[in-house]
Write a protein that binds this ligand. Structure first.
Ligand code: FES
Length: 299
């Protein structure tokens, strides 16, 4: 699954680490079951049930990644590796449950050694699940810790902050110049304004959140008009980046490319990026007023 969907490492590191742990546990249990004389059915069944629940539980984390659960479920069930893993876990659970009846039959026929091997108590079963869950939780927590890189490249949000800061500083410089030249400016920055048209340059985007928590980009086009686009990819809501050199928007998760108006240039994304509706006041302040278009990322 990790090889068919490497976006997991970009979008949800904890999920990727969890998946690795589940697979490692499954493989180790498989090897032990094949090689040991005394089989370990109970832990195998517990691990399968836990893996099954975690896989399905993944769907409920969709809002965390700005997606609707319905869309995320459709996406996950569309991955053959996800389906295969689910079917295999379900098969182990089914065999385990069916094996209960077989085990009782063996015990009745006095085949005690084999019956003991297949037998398990409810308490032992719960203890095995809790142990595996503990191992997975610890490894996921450790694997998701982000170590600060020696020299971190500026992130999109820091770029956004820088853009906002440069906008703000040039605005204050402008107002200083205005007052120095004797002109009086009564323009007050309206609440929610994301930039001023006087400070926008072609090819230099301004990043902003609208609504809060949703990344967008404001771009001044060569003809002087403005466009604001959502930066959440319409495939599985990874955050895209703008490439000024090619004037395109690129998604790092599965490689979708959008042109500077939000249209899909290359999939797997199938729908254009939603755009943010804008209004510009008489002083040139740009204010977002709504969203146009749709996609899987909830707004
Ligand atoms: S999330 Fe898959 S291409 Fe963007």
């Amino acid at each position: 699954m990790l090889s068919t969907d490497n976006s997991l490492w970009l979008l949800a590191v904890s999920h990727a680490v969890g998946l690795v742990v589940i697979v490692v546990i499954d493989v180790v249990l498989g090897i032990l079951n094949l090689s040991l004389r005394r089989k370990i059915y109970l832990p195998s069944l517990a691990a399968a049930l836990l893996g099954f629940m975690l896989q399905l539980g993944d769907i409920f984390t969709a809002p965390q990644y700005n997606m609707t659960m319905q869309y995320f479920a459709r996406y996950l069930f569309g991955l053959w590796a996800f389906d295969l893993l689910l079917v295999l876990q379900f098969a182990i659970i089914s065999f385990g449950v069916a094996g209960r009846g077989y085990q009782r039959e063996l015990a009745r026929r006095q085949k005690t050694k084999r019956a003991r091997e297949l037998g398990y108590s409810r308490r032992g079963f719960i203890r095995a699940i809790a142990s595996f869950a503990g191992v997975i939780a610890v490894v996921v927590t450790l694997g998701s810790v982000k170590l600060p890189p020696a020299s971190a490249p500026p992130s999109q949000s820091s770029q956004a902050t820088q853009s906002a800061q440069s906008t703000l500083s040039s605005q204050s410089a402008q107002s200083t110049l205005s007052s120095q030249s004797g002109r009086t400016s009564t323009a007050i920055k309206p609440s929610g304004a994301i930039a001023n048209t006087n400070n926008l340059q072609v090819g230099s985007p301004v990043y902003f959140e609208y609504p809060k928590g949703y990344p967008n980009m404001l771009l001044k086009k060569a003809d002087g008009s403005l466009i604001a686009l959502s930066m959440l990819c319409t495939h599985v809501c990874c955050e895209c980046t703008y490439e000024p050199g090619n004037n395109v928007i690129f998604c790092p998760c599965h490689g979708s490319v959008f042109d500077s108006t939000g249209n899909v240039v290359r999939g797997p994304a199938g729908t254009p990026l939603p755009s943010v509706l804008l209004t510009v006041d008489s002083s040139g302040y740009v204010i977002p007023t709504g969203i146009s278009g749709s996609g899987p990322c909830v707004h």
